[in-house]
Design a protein around this ligand. Sequence first.
Ligand SMILES: [Zn+2]
Ligand SMILES: [Zn+2]
Length: 338
Amino acid sequence: MLYGVKDLRVEDVETPKVGSGEVLVRVKAATTCGTDLKIFQRGYVEKVIKLPTVFGHEWAGDVVEVGEGLEWPRKGMRVRAGNSAPCLHCFMCSKGKYNLCENMIWLWGAYAEYIKVPAHMVLVNMQEIPPHISYEEAAITEPLACVLHGIEEARVKMGDCVAIIGAGPIGLLHLLTVKKMGAEKVIMTDLVDERLEFAKKLGADETINAGKENIEEAVRKATGGYGADIVIEAIGQPATWEQALRLVRKGGTVLEFGGCPPGTKVQFNTEQLHYGETIVLGTFHATPIHFRKALNLIASKTINVAPLITRRMPLEKIGEAFEVLATSKKEIKIAIQP
Ligand SMILES: [Zn+2]
Ligand SMILES: [Zn+2]
């Protein structure tokens, strides 16, 4: 079942009571994410989120209450957690595929003054934030974790030429990460010039406006006629999933990262996969290890996520924030401050 969610309201809800093993956090910053925007614009699959609900899933804050039986965290500690916690004992978890856990616990509700972290999530996916990074930077741990997982699976190597479709927050996080991993050339495509300008500032070597240029020709030209070693789709539309296959070199890898609308299908050329040995892979979400790694990379400034936060708005203006995100050419991530 799919719901449309145009009805976004700020309402008073009761402050959650903490039970044994649970932790209550005062949210200090919650960043906006393409997933939230997708939920807002086109609804979401009922399996993951049930409506009506408080939403938002990238956040950080201060521990205000600690449930019985916990020695960690302490009251007053700066933390982030979730937005998922695998069960650690299902079939997929036993295979080490924690991101595909059959009994995943999800946590939504970051656009609020308080968020209650379930006991299992406190154990599996909550981290203390080092004092020198801001809450809003720490909130970006979640999308960066997903990006790290994707890039690991795609096996980006030093010297690779990487083409990234989409210069939104996720495309830009991919850019920052593959640059650090030694990508020799990163080509970014988008329909919006302002976004491409921004990508350039963050280190993109070449940018292509897909609305004005023939993107396949432009990528071939930039890669000596061969195509990119790795192509990352960071939009989530069937057309760009298919386009990604046309930008990759023989033996290269296509990472279909953006989640498409439910029920959609794509076509690919069988000859390309056979004679061209194209590797096509999808990745979903991240494991607790990626969350830890992501926070450490943010804390060490190995990946500087601060420039991605282009605006700050109070919680009362959450509706306006999503209008801005849906229409603005410049905003990347808005930090909501309850
Ligand atoms: Zn997110
Ligand atoms: Zn599991």
